[in-house]
Design a protein around this ligand. Structure first.
Ligand code: FES
Length: 141
């Protein structure tokens, strides 16, 4: 009596390892550092109103996005204008607090007094922007 019982082999649990090669395509936004790319359209807005002196907090400043300008008041009655374009990779600075203008991209800090770098990665000061204060109104010079 030979009863052969064929034991079917259990199907091997094949683990299909799907190598999710989600090639993290880091879109490295190469910005032309250091190449003079100014004066390409945003000039010629002299005379544009930047509001009133009372809008600018003493020891701080205000960012005018449309004009690409930051106006600060380092000390009472003294107003300064700077480019709002970070000298690191060209982001627009986003806030002014505690005596510094802050870039949101990599957290560079610039002095409200002269635009100088207080904290990197930026290495160059924010360039000055010509502003004019007449009475209590501020305009681009
Ligand atoms: S672009 Fe401003 S800190 Fe990098």
């Amino acid at each position: 009596m030979t009863s052969e019982s064929l034991h079917p082999l259990p199907a091997p649990a094949r683990r299909t390892v799907v190598a999710a090669v989600g090639a993290a395509g880091l879109a490295v936004a190469l910005t032309a550092c250091g190449s003079g790319d100014d004066s390409s359209g945003s000039t010629g807005s002299s005379g544009a109103s930047l509001g009133k002196t009372s809008d600018i907090p003493e020891g701080g400043g205000k960012i005018f996005k449309d004009e690409g300008v930051v106006v600060t008041q380092p000390t009472a009655g003294t107003f300064k204008g700077f480019s709002a374009k970070c000298t690191h990779q060209g982001c627009a600075v986003s806030s002014v607090a505690d005596g510094v203008i802050v870039c949101p991209c990599h957290k560079s800090h610039f002095s409200v007094e002269d635009g100088s770098v207080k904290q990197g990665p930026a290495t160059q000061a924010l360039p000055a922007a010509e502003i004019k204060v007449s009475g209590d109104s501020i305009t681009l010079a």
